[in-house]
Design a protein around this ligand. Sequence first.
Ligand code: UDP
Ligand code: MG
Length: 317
Amino acid sequence: MDISVVVPLYNEVESLPELTSWISKVMFDNGFTYEIILVDDGSNDGSWDMILKLKESNSFIRGIKFRRNYGKSAALNVGFEAANGNVVITMDADLQDSPDEIPALYRRITEDKYDLVSGWKAKRYDPITKTIPTKVFNSVTRSMSGIKNLHDFNCGLKAYRKTVVKNIEVYGEMHRYIPVIAKWAGFTKIGEQIVEHRPRKYGKTKFGMSRFVNGFLDLLSIFFVGKFGKRPMHFFGTMGTLSFLTGLVISIWLISDKLYYVAHSLKVPREITAQPLFYIALVAIIVGSQLFLTGFIAELVSRNSHERNHYQVEERI
Ligand code: UDP
Ligand code: MG
């Protein structure tokens, strides 16, 4: 099979007929063998019934239905597991991504030998409240990840070599960082392709202001995971240990200073608690042990979270 198109969707009932017939038309015109994997991420607007209905007249459609809404990352992940095509294309369901881009993306993988090609919506029809944060997000991600040639990490339209999707795990809010996850997994040939950005035709966006909060938390976790590997929180443990040791060294110095005075019975013996250094040492020791505990707890948590994706599939067709 040439291509698997994976579409995560949450309450997109109106778009589905047009989306699936358009994809099928592109595939037919180009002579591709393909499947359309529609992942219903717990919709409650009748999207699943629509998928069942569309399936009756379009045998290239497969459907996976989540028991509830688990988020775009989980939906992509389950689609990746199910995909059979040599090239996997991901695409949003809202018709903002154009299926007409599929043949060119496909060739970038098969002919130019890219592992991953990410769409770049160079011209966007979004309000400025979305474009500016997006620009900041992309430039920070670019510098943190070292993937210098991408402008639009979060574009829903992407193409992957099959081995890539079978060897990465997309979890939490990480759908915004798939090129970064792929790079960590060792797939370094990552390219970009300018694609058309179309206005959302039906329904409304599923990511409101929360995208900024979640995106920021993702950035932090990306930074820590990138720097400290599987145990991001070693960072806190290290800071804690350093702070604790600093406090310890100062205390030892204070005590030996005091002993020196006593031993040589020098004039007025200096009281340890009368010295500013004593308070610095105290704070360093307290802060140090708290940070260390934080790191330790994080360590316990990270050791117990082997399975990040806990989604449940209710039905497959
Ligand atoms: N989506 C999903 N699960 C969610 C939220 C969104 O599968 O919990 C899908 C959504 O149906 C769409 C794609 O992810 O196909 C992108 O979402 P949206 O268009 O709302 O995001 P935007 O284009 O505004 O960034
Ligand atoms: Mg959209």
